[in-house]
Design a protein around this ligand. Structure first.
Ligand code: G
Ligand code: G
Ligand code: MN
Ligand code: NA
Length: 249
């Protein structure tokens, strides 16, 4: 519980910041967007991973305070880029929050940002528990111009049949499949199927966790147009992202 205590003070203490990881097209010649990823450097215990503190925040209302801060920072950042979008992670509780659509629209409008430059990343868990309500939320967001990405795709419970119901723009192939591509035939086959599925549904597909040249080549063969991972760039600080955005747009 000390993490929860520390987290509730982290914003005012200035211990949080965002880093940005490019999402590329044309095998790295173009940056189409950046994913915003939260970092927490504590005085007492050094850096703590969001994989650790997000689930704790998710158990309390802290997730909302944290999420609001992340969105605000991301909107501030996207204004510095020539045309790329910022891709923001939303946890299931944020997505299900009362008036999620109204809140996000209000923030985007106040920041003077075009919703087309904001991609909302949600996971399958966020949408399949209450599918009808989620479908309606996504529909409204999409009507307003937001991009919607289904994160960690392939690891959840979604039936392929059901994803038709949701107003999505793209699928992000979970990095476990990209990681397995060179080793197991199964992973390569799954990646291939997700790319086909995306295409036939008119969705974009982003491969996550691309680390090697061999993976880039295999993804080219599979027909995956958008890539993200250490091979292109680790998540970088705001100033570095600004320079990258300006030179590769
Ligand atoms: O960047 P890293 O690989 O350490 O992130 C670990 C996990 O934390 C990932 O699942 C990522 O989606 C999640 N995460 C990172 N930043 C945010 C954020 O701002 N909001 C939410 N909800 N999750 C985040
Ligand atoms: O759950 P989500 O997909 O949002 O998590 C993204 C996480 O993956 C972030 O923590 C980010 O730091 C991490 N990540 C991004 N690119 C790579 C990569 O090429 N390899 C590995 N191992 N992790 C990556
Ligand atoms: Mn993500
Ligand atoms: Na992911």
């Amino acid at each position: 519980r000390s993490i929860e205590g520390g987290l509730s003070k982290a914003i005012e203490k200035g211990e949080l910041h965002l880093v940005y990881q490019p999402i590329v097209a044309r095998e790295g010649l173009e940056i189409v967007g950046f994913e915003a990823l939260l970092r927490w450097n504590t005085d007492a215990h050094g850096p703590i991973s969001p994989a650790v503190f997000i689930p704790i925040a998710e158990e309390s209302n802290l997730i909302h305070e944290l999420g609001d801060w992340v969105l605000e920072q991301s909107l501030d950042m996207v204004k510095d880029w020539p045309g790329q979008y910022v891709s923001v992670n939303f946890s299931p509780r944020q997505f299900r929050r009362h008036n999620f659509v109204g809140r996000i629209l209000d923030r985007v409008q106040r920041a003077g940002v075009d919703p087309q430059r904001v991609q909302i990343e949600i996971t399958e868990t966020a949408i399949f528990d209450d599918a009808d309500r989620a479908a309606e939320t996504l529909y409204k967001l999409r009507q307003m111009g937001f991009r919607i990405a289904l994160d960690d795709f392939g690891t959840g419970y979604s039936s392929l049949y059901n994803i038709r119901k949701f107003a999505l723009d793209c699928l992000k192939i979970d990095r476990s499949f990209i990681d397995g591509m060179g080793r197991e035939r199964e992973s390569a086959a799954i990646v291939q199927s997700i790319v086909h599925l995306g295409r036939s549904l008119g969705l974009g597909v982003i491969a996550e966790g691309v680390e090697t040249e061999a993976q880039v080549q295999a993804l080219r063969v599979a027909g995956c147009s958008h890539l993200q991972g250490y091979f292109f760039s680790r998540p970088v600080e705001a100033a570095v992202a600004r320079t990258m955005a300006a030179s590769l747009y």
